[in-house]
Design a protein around this ligand. Structure first.
Ligand code: 5AD
Ligand code: SF4
Length: 469
């Protein structure tokens, strides 16, 4: 029987995708996946540090693994990701049973580090920055979570300095992957039967700025210093077999009309825009260094909706940024209501040591006040979500089938072009995940839609994975 691994992931899509790469590397090394910790020969914890509690969660998870290691001394425990990048040696100091600590820039070293640790004992290896020649180890195998949909990293790192955000410190400066490499990977994915691609980056619409600057430095003065994201959307959409293209996350300050035009003119780019507001108060937006005002945000949003038919818009909002007053918060409520989001990820501000805002201790908001504001904001965002979802009733939507519904396994769940979940019945049994089907929306709820199955529009084409036992 082959050796087994388990990867536990916290955090964003970037981390999920890194976990797929780690899993791919382990599988190339002969490991097979298990869901059962007690069966695992290697456990990888891929950590996140964007909001609070990450450390508690990590050390809680590691505490539980102590006994596993006592029962099976050959078990190897690895900790990677953003918190590992940030805390480094601290992890092995606090949890001596961890074999390998690695960071965000040396994911591709995972299996080498494991075998080093086996012979030489515990290792912490953190790189300060990505190796520019090797920032996108595109040749790395990835074990995709879904066979029919894939993430494609177009850029790593972030050159912004939002006052609340730890990402630039743990993911480093922005490095874009070349358009040729990206399209080549999209082609490989399509050849493998993938029909949906999500382009990933911390700030996707500044994609290509660094490449243009580098070309200029190399003497090519004809290169214009402007982001190339709109063109990239078109190029990836043109890859045969790719039916759906999504991306996350853009930054409102860098969003241009060209991107909206590309979305409108390219049927493969799905009508969904994630547009992180963060706050509706100009004072707070300035303190956050977001680079836009609430008006500017709403104007761009109106332009997006005017250009892209049937656009769904989601957002991120932080409540209780240091110094946020009742007035500031009222503005957030107003702007959130005016923006009519389809859905919102709402967060309570959490100080991340090392960020600018974490220094503003004297301005931290009263947690009870923040709790109350948070609940009020949820009421506003849930109201617009419900209104948006109720508007879908009676519409025919093409969905990509994800599998049995988690709530009610007798139903199927699919995802619409607008990225909404629809739960629906299919009278004559399940459909293979990755199938495209048409459903009629019958109910709109805050987080999902209900629908009736009408017909299969395209059968799934990807190869089914045969588990290695
Ligand atoms: N506190 C609360 N929310 C945060 N986010 C990022 N950093 C923090 C923080 N320190 C939120 C932002 C971002 C999303 C991914 O997480 O809204 O857009
Ligand atoms: Fe963080 Fe701002 Fe960069 Fe997004 S754009 S990753 S919020 S610093």
């Amino acid at each position: 029987m082959s050796k087994r691994y388990l990867v536990q992931t916290f955090g964003c899509q970037m981390n999920e995708h890194d976990s797929e790469r780690i899993a791919g590397l382990l599988e190339s090394d002969g490991y097979s996946q298990t869901d059962d910790q007690s069966q695992a020969d290697v456990i990888v914890v891929n950590t996140c540090c964007i909001r609070e509690n990450a450390d508690n969660k990590l050390y809680g998870a590691l505490g539980n693994m102590k006994q596993l290691k006592a029962d099976n001394p050959d078990l190897q425990i690895m900790v990677g990701g953003c918190l590992a990048q940030k805390d480094r040696d601290l992890i092995q100091q606090r949890a001596g049973h961890v074999d390998v600590v690695f960071g965000t820039h040396n994911v591709h070293r995972a299996t080498e580090l494991l075998s080093d640790a086996r012979t030489n004992g515990p290792i912490t290896e953190i790189w300060e920055a990505a190796d520019p020649d090797d920032a996108f180890p595109s040749a790395l195998p990835a074990r995709r979570e879904l066979d029919y949909a894939a993430w494609l990293t177009i850029q790593v790192g972030c050159d912004n300095s939002c006052a609340f955000c730890i990402v630039p410190a743990v993911r480093g400066e922005e490095i874009s992957r070349t358009p040729n490499d990206i399209v080549a990977e999209a082609e490989r994915l399509a050849a493998d039967g993938v029909t949906e691609i999500t382009l990933l980056g911390q700030n996707v619409n500044s994609y290509g700025r660094d490449l243009a600057l580098a070309a200029r430095r190399a003497g090519n003065q004809a290169v214009r210093i402007r982001p190339a994201f709109a063109q990239l959307l078109r190029s990836v959409s043109a890859v045969r077999g790719i039916r759906r293209v999504r991306y996350t996350s853009p930054h409102p300050k860098d969003m241009t009309a060209e991107v909206f035009d590309a979305m409108a003119e390219t049927p493969e780019v799905m009508p969904h825009l994630h547009f992180p507001l963060q706050s509706g108060s100009d004072r707070i937006l300035t303190a956050m260094h977001r680079g836009y005002t609430a008006d500017r945000f709403l104007t761009k949003l109106a332009a997006a909706r005017a250009t892209i038919p049937d656009l769904a818009v989601t957002t991120d909002i932080i409540v209780g940024f240091p110094g946020e007053t009742d007035d500031d918060f009222e503005r957030t409520l107003e702007v959130a209501a005016a923006a009519e989001f389809d859905s919102a990820f709402t967060f309570v501000y959490s100080p991340r040591p090392g960020t600018e805002a974490a220094e503003l201790v004297d301005d931290f908001c009263d947690p009870a006040v923040v709790k109350d504001r948070y609940a009020r904001l949820r009421t506003v965002t849930e109201r617009s979500a419900l209104a948006k979802h109720s508007e879908r009733i009676g519409r025919l939507e093409e969905v990509i089938v994800e599998g049995p519904s988690k709530k009610d396994p007798s139903r199927l769940t699919g995802r619409t072009g607008q990225n909404k979940l629809v739960h629906f019945d299919r009278p004559d049994g399940p459909l293979r995940p990755g199938t495209y089907a048409r459903v009629e929306v019958t109910e709109g709820h805050t987080q999902y839609l209900m629908g009736d199955f009408l017909e299969v529009t395209t059968k799934a084409t990807h190869r089914t994975r045969i588990p290695v036992l």
